[in-house]
Ligand binder design. Structure first.
Ligand code: SAH
Length: 286
């Protein structure tokens, strides 16, 4: 057989070294991966997935011949070596991570050696667990005149917090706080919120395994009782902690409404249907 001049002239020839895709698997429900992420899994030659939370997506969508490896017992060096080796054998290699790869995902530690080795790579974002937790509870991250800011953070564990990012300092904004990796340090979260002046009856939410069919647990409480409630429900891992003045807004009276959908507010997709100064009963916001 005559040798091919290039991979593009011979469809059967693998284009190696291939490309490594860092794909966000979403929070757990295999249906919450993006369409692009799923398409990459369907044509992957090799998948390195992060722990038990994403194995369902990997095994559900990957082709039969795909090499699938769990990274939970691997060091960063071992993962990098695996990805480099896989890129030498397959044109599509996927590193599948929970939620979004750019949040507590060691992304840069993995991309740097690939860049150094001349391997092409790219990131496909994913639905992060903070969004999934709020969706599960039917809550909103932002609310007009209450808070327009969301802080994604954690408390210090083995990884220290950089200067100025202590939870008490961040909580002083009284905005929405989505706190990752901290369920075993819930007492630290309570201490920080109290130090920042949050009231004992401030609403809090903990969601374990958000979006996991049949496994999700939603715990609603207050700053005063959230820890006791989590202990009673045996929530000890894979949980998102949310403290926010938006929580419970669905049952609250006197909520300001969004300007975008107000009848008096015109924008490029809609004419105002009442005069801008007509009383709407509530203040309006974009
Ligand atoms: N990249 C991930 C976060 C990884 S860090 C993301 O974007 O979601 C792991 C932490 O994420 C856990 O300690 C927990 O706080 C949170 N987490 C991951 N999946 C979760 C889920 N399904 N439900 C609730 N919290 C989750």
């Amino acid at each position: 057989m005559r040798p091919c001049a290039s991979a593009s002239t011979c469809a059967w020839l693998k284009a190696v070294p291939g490309k490594v895709w860092f794909v966000g698997a979403g929070p757990g429900d295999p249906e919450l991966i993006t369409v692009k992420g799923r398409a990459l899994l369907e044509r992957a030659g090799a998948i390195l997935f992060a722990g038990s939370l994403v194995d369902v997506a990997a095994t559900r969508y990957a082709p039969a011949a795909c090499v699938i490896r769990d990274s939970k017992d691997m060091t960063l060096e071992a993962m990098t070596a695996w990805l480099l080796d896989a890129a030498g054998r397959h044109d599509t290699v996927v590193r599948l991570q929970t939620g979004d790869p750019g949040l507590y995902g060691a992304l840069i530690e993995m991309t740097r050696p690939l860049t150094a080795a001349g391997i092409d790579w790219a990131v496909v974002p994913g639905v992060s667990s903070a969004m999934a937790a709020m969706a599960a509870a039917g809550e909103t991250l932002t609310l007009p005149e209450v808070t327009q800011t969301v802080i994604l953070t954690r408390v210090a564990g083995r990884t220290p917090m950089p200067p100025g990012e202590d939870l008490a300092a961040l909580a002083a904004h009284h905005s929405t706080l989505c706190i990752y990796l901290s369920i075993t340090l819930l007492h630290e979260v309570q201490r920080a919120l109290r130090a920042a002046g949050w009231r004992e009856d401030a609403p809090m939410l903990v969601v374990q395994k958000a979006s996991w069919p049949g496994e999700e647990k939603i715990i609603r409480g207050t700053l005063a009782d959230i820890k006791k409630k989590c202990q009673a429900e045996k929530v000890g891992a894979q949980a998102m902690i949310v403290a926010s003045p938006t929580l419970g807004a669905g049952d609250r009276v006197g909520i300001a409404r969004s300007k975008l959908y107000d009848p008096a507010f015109a924008h490029r997709f809609r004419q105002a249907s009442v005069a801008a100064d007509a009383p709407t009963g509530e203040p309006v916001h974009e």
